[in-house]
Design a protein around this ligand. Structure first.
Ligand code: HEM
Length: 293
């Protein structure tokens, strides 16, 4: 299987021009296989979970307010801007490759600039809130995920640990899309020099063909990762069992029931005053570790 696309230039030299689009089809097939596999597992194999009763919710999170903030307004607005930009980039970047031709480049780089602006905004926002550590994957996260996978393979007899505000899978998804995002933004900004924009007229000779080839490879790889990742992301966003998460990205909050059902209050402590929960030393340590998350 060819992994790259190459052409012969007028001097008979072989020049790299990007990744093979077989990788794009592979990402679509992998994304679809994951979605079908999960749908079968969730529909027919996984034991049906019952939500905690009112008494259990009260006992596990006595201080929890009726609306537990999960995403601030800034985070929600920036997420939906990001979603619009990425969907536009996917449609304008990938659909022409799949055979439906239309003038895509201008819309593509405009959406690309929105993604680039989001990337800078998100980085500054996270640094300003001193929130850099919230996505760190530690040994505890890996163990937690391993136990969850074990429980999926043998759904009974394994006590599945609940996560803090961000599960290991969320963090892994964040890192994968962050790496792919940085790749497409960095290469895309340079690739804008090859097309006419409001900033400059096209000049493909500004860099040697071999350098363009490498940039196109990284742009293509980032694009392919996005295709698979966004397919799975949208599937989970629409899945009936996960819709409470999607609602939290619209309304900003989750209910105490979902909080107790899906999270470990020690790892993600909340209180009616939004202050770190006081109590046992373990809770206080966890509260301080989760501060600002
Ligand atoms: C989800 C993100 C993105 C996806 C899926 C994506 C996808 C693609 C694909 C598949 C191509 C064709 C590459 C090839 O022929 O080998 C392309 C070209 C291009 N992309 Fe992106 N892209 C993304 C982000 C960006 C960003 C952030 C920018 C700019 C800031 C950008 C600017 C460009 C430009 C200017 C081209 C045309 C280059 C040329 O044909 O000379 N892209 N993109």
């Amino acid at each position: 299987m060819e992994l790259f696309r190459e052409v012969f230039n007028p001097w008979g030299q072989q020049v790299l021009i990007g990744i093979s689009w077989v990788l794009l089809y592979a990402a679509i097939v992998a994304g679809a296989a994951f979605i079908i596999g999960h749908a079968v597992y969730a529909g027919f194999i996984a034991p049906k979970e019952t939500p905690p009763s009112d008494a259990e919710v009260k006992k596990a999170a006595p201080d929890a307010p009726a609306h537990i903030t999960r995403h601030t307004l800034t985070t929600r607005l920036s997420h939906w801007v990001l979603a619009a930009a990425v969907l536009t980039l996917l449609v304008t970047g990938v659909v022409p490759i799949l055979g439906i031709k239309f003038p895509w480049v201008t819309l593509h780089w405009i959406a690309g600039l929105v993604l680039a602006t989001y990337t800078v905004f998100h980085t500054v926002h996270v640094l300003a809130r001193r929130n850099l550590g919230s996505m760190w994957i530690g040994a505890g996260d890996v163990k937690e995920m391993a136990l969850r996978i074990k429980a999926m393979a043998a759904p009974t007899g394994v006590d599945i640990p609940k996560s803090g505000k961000w599960g290991t899978e969320n963090k892994a998804f964040h890192h994968m899309t962050a790496a792919a995002g940085l790749a497409v933004v960095a290469t895309g900004l340079l690739m804008m020099l090859r097309v006419n924009t409001i900033f400059a007229t096209a000049n493909p000779y500004i860099l040697p063909d071999s350098t363009w080839g490498i940039l196109f490879v990284f742009h293509g790889l980032g694009a392919v990762v996005f295709v698979g990742a966004i397919m799975v992301h949208i599937y989970f966003a629409l899945h009936p069992e996960k819709r409470w998460i999607t609602w939290s990205m619209i309304r900003g909050w989750i209910s105490p029931r979902d909080y107790v059902w899906h999270f470990d209050p020690v790892k993600w402590p909340v209180s009616s005053k939004s202050a770190p929960v006081s109590g046992s030393p373990r809770r206080e340590a966890a509260a301080s570790a989760n501060r600002d998350q």
